[in-house]
Ligand binder design. Structure first.
Ligand code: MTE
Ligand code: LUZ
Ligand code: MOS
Length: 750
């Protein structure tokens, strides 16, 4: 089954924001941003710039008609800097001109006078200074303090993990067009049309109903457009309303790299205690999250770090503290995994170091501590339909892990410079927004009188295949051919108050809403069919492959005829429906509850080869047994798995963000920020679908797939460590990611 967008993508016909045919008189905006990471703004002089030929308007903080505030969770972020700047890349002025080139040219003539202050880049320094986004958060289970005595081995250490650039192919942008009545229509590259609508309404001082947001698709989001698409849309909308002309604002790649937030770097301290048998008794951990200059989604991301701080292990005594530290970097934001990977990396590191102390393979500790049915997570939820051991055992046997290990050991004995390493990486990822109220969605389905169907939901297509899955849901409920169904754009006038397409739950939430809407129509269609066929009731009516059946026998009635009959019987062929998953809740004060509709499990085996002279490495193979539930689209799910794993490996290995001491991003181009390419991809990539007969709250029991496999990438780090270890068995390496070739060499020879 091919992805809906496939042919259009290949032909280059798919439309993104910058491809929209702009109306006559459309203007272009360029955003002037701070070149200083921390300081007080003394003056902004736009006079010379404003006089330039072709410049139609320049707007700064004082020109904002509504509130100069775009903070979502915490109101701590200005749209345009008014009195102070807190990071390099912070927007100061919007320059609007007849062309982008002119707007950019004019921006250089704006004189910004800033009194410089010392920037803080390091989250631990920010913590020492008391610069926190919010008070620290703590999750705990059992009693850590009372149990250190019972531990035969205690290991302490620190772990660093780096940030990550989203590098969506389509940069941030929006197009805004004034409409009658003082409103504006915005086309945005956003994962969250409602957030764009709300933010624009606030900034413009308008009611939400005056703002329509429309999204066709994104050229990738990866979390980078969950919260951070709103500002560009608000800016374009403000300029459009001020000038009463359409305005387009597309970030040039380098500006996007400099101005937008990324995955949060973390610095963490852990202390782990094991008994003689290798069972983890105690785990104490403190996370210092580098939030950047304002909250953005950092508090929610920090929570997910805590939720996933014990990965797929049962730990009876946990004390996990997390601090969101305010620094002078662009506000960091959602990125696939949403803080989960940062939490899971630390416990994997702790296990690795414990194994090193014991002189055993880390996988022995991993295996001993896997979650079992009914085990409690630190946040109070119990592991249900737990597939941690099943996926682990299946991976070990399907891919013959003992044999792989033996081959590697033999290779390493024979090979002096090139060393191989292998690691197992189990994952457990909770599905649901941990902010419970966000778990809601809606859908609008129209069956047209010719039998074709249009479906629109709150879901955003960003390459993950959610549109295809929603069409499959519609096709399955009606039992009609998939090519009868079209995905309409995601639009705030069709589905209101939607949540971001995020937390891997886009298909679950919106697919279920679509299913409910289709069922409403189907029930009416059955009544209409009964009438048409002169039957007393509709109980025994079914549609199978576009044929109407009665008492399991085909009738002469087909889909098209049924639809025209229903229409002429004056039966509504449209339905709107709403879905909210039942049974989930979380008490933030107690830090206990049942936040997740279900968990996704799996185990990866990753094998690498490291050239210990050059420092370069190759990912030889990735072999995964993953719990997809009952996948409704194996092609999409497999490709989501492969893509997420590559992104995870990139985060752990070659993708390195560097800032200098002034808070300037040094890796602000693709010549200096390296992401995995096809040559870096594993030579072998196997994905096995774990047999899971259980039911879940997933749509058609096809479990969420967007984020969970990202965390398999952590296995690559430890596979490389294992290879390094066999080159220098006596050395104790620090756990700092990403493990770039440069870091690898320095670790081996320093
Ligand atoms: N896949 C592609 N091709 N592009 C993306 O931007 N985003 C990921 C994942 N897969 C993304 C992607 C992220 S961060 C999430 S949360 C999910 O898709 C969101 O979509 P879903 O909820 O429909 O899985
Ligand atoms: N966004 C959010 C998310 O607001 N809450 C979440 O729990 C979440 N999880 C993953 C990705 N985005
Ligand atoms: Mo994904 S980080 O939930 O957009």
């Amino acid at each position: 089954m091919k992805n809906y967008d496939l042919v259009r993508h290949v032909k280059g016909e798919s439309k993104f924001v910058d491809d929209i045919l702009t109306p006559e008189g459309c203007l272009h905006a360029y955003v002037l941003y701070s070149q200083i990471a921390h300081g007080n703004i003394k003056s902004v002089n736009i006079n010379t710039a404003l006089q330039m030929e072709g410049v139609e308007g320049i707007f700064i903080a004082k020109d904002i008609p509504g509130e100069n505030q775009i903070g979502g969770i915490i109101q701590d972020e200005e749209l345009l800097a008014s009195c102070k700047v807190d990071f390099i890349g912070q927007p100061i002025a919007i320059v609007v001109a007849k062309t982008v080139a002119l707007a950019k040219e004019a921006s250089k003539k704006i004189i910004v006078d800033i009194e410089e202050l010392t920037p803080v880049i390091d989250p631990r320094v920010a913590f020492e200074k008391g610069e926190l986004i919010m008070p620290p958060r703590v999750f705990s289970l059992g009693d850590v303090e009372a149990n250190w005595d019972k531990c035969a081995l205690i290991v302490e250490g620190t772990v660093e993990s780096g940030g990550q650039e989203h590098l969506y192919l389509e940069t941030q942008g929006a197009f805004a067009c004034p409409v009658e009545g003082g409103g504006v229509k915005i086309v945005s590259s956003t994962q969250s049309p409602t957030t764009v609508q709300k933010t624009a309404a606030k900034v413009l001082g308008l009611k939400m109903h005056l703002i329509e947001v429309d999204v066709l698709r994104l050229g990738g989001g990866f979390g980078g457009k969950e919260d951070q698409a709103s500002q560009w849309a608000a800016m374009a909308a403000m300029a459009a309303l001020k000038l009463n002309k359409p305005v387009k604002l597309i970030l040039p790649r380098q500006d996007d790299l400099r101005m937008t937030g990324k995955r949060h770097p973390y610095s963490s301290d852990y202390k782990i205690g094991l008994n003689k048998e290798g069972k983890i008794i105690n785990y104490e951990v403190t996370f210092y999250q580098n939030a950047g200059a304002s909250a953005d989604l950092s508090p929610a991301i920090l929570d997910r770090t805590l939720f996933h701080c014990t990965n797929s292990y049962f730990v009876p005594n946990v004390k996990a503290t997390a601090c969101s530290c305010k620094t002078n970097l662009p506000p960091n934001t959602a990125f696939r995994g949403f803080g989960g990977p940062q939490g899971m990396f630390v416990i994997e590191a702790a296990i690795y170091k414990a194994a090193e102390k014991l002189g055993i393979d880390p996988c022995l500790i991993q295996e001993k501590n896997l979650l079992a049915e009914g085990d409690e997570f630190s946040y109070g939820q119990k592991a249900e339909q737990c597939m941690a051991k099943a996926s682990w055992e299946s991976a070990i046997s399907k891919f013959n892990f003992p044999h792989l290990k033996k081959e590697i050991d033999e290779f390493n004995v024979a090979s002096k410079i090139v060393k191989k390493g292998i690691a197992l990486m189990p994952i457990c990822f909770g599905i649901s927004f941990t902010t419970t109220f966000l778990n809601q969605a809606s859908a609008l389905v129209h069956v047209y009188s010719d039998g074709s169907v249009g479906v629109s939901t709150g879901a955003i297509e960003m390459g993950q295949g959610v549109n295809m899955k929603i069409r499959q849901v519609v096709a399955s409920v009606f039992s009609i051919k998939i090519d009868r169904i079209k995905n309409e754009t995601t639009n705030t006038t069709r589905n209101a108050n939607t949540s971001a397409t995020a937390a891997s739950s886009g298909a679950d939430l919106n697919g279920k809403a679509a299913q409910l809407a289709c069922n409403n129509i189907l029930n009416r269609l059955k009544d209409a069919a009964a009438k048409y066929l002169s039957l007393a009731n509709s109980d025994q009516i079914e549609i199978k492959d576009e044929v109407i059946y009665y008492e399991n026998k085909p009738t002469r009635l087909l889909w098209n005829e049924l639809i025209s009959s229903a229409y002429m019987q004056r039966v509504s062929l449209s339905s709107h429906a709403y879905y909210a998953p039942p049974g989930i809740y979380f008490d933030k004060d107690k830090a206990k509850g049942k936040p997740f509709a279900y968990h996704v499990y799996g185990t990866a085996i990753i094998q690498v080869a490291v050239d210990c002279l050059k420092g370069v490495y190759e990912i030889e193979s990735v072999k995964i047994v993953h719990d997809f539930g009952k996948s409704i689209n194996k092609a999409i799910d497999r490709s989501q798995t492969e893509g997420a794993v590559m992104q995870g490996i990139g985060w752990m290995t070659m993708e390195e963000l560097k800032y200098n001491e002034n808070g300037r991003l040094l890796t602000d181009a693709l010549s200096t920020y390296k992401v995995p390419d096809i040559y870096f991809a594993p030579k072998e990539f196997e994905v096995e679908f774990l047999d899971n007969p259980n039911d879940s709250l997933a749509v058609f029991n096809s479990k969420a797939i967007g984020e969970p496999p990202f965390m398999y990438g952590i296995g690559a780090y430890f596979a490389i460590m294992n290879a390094m270890k066999s080159y220098k068995p006596e050395k104790h390496f620090e756990i700092i990611s990403p493990m770039t070739p440069e870091r690898l060499l320095l670790s081996l020879y320093n």
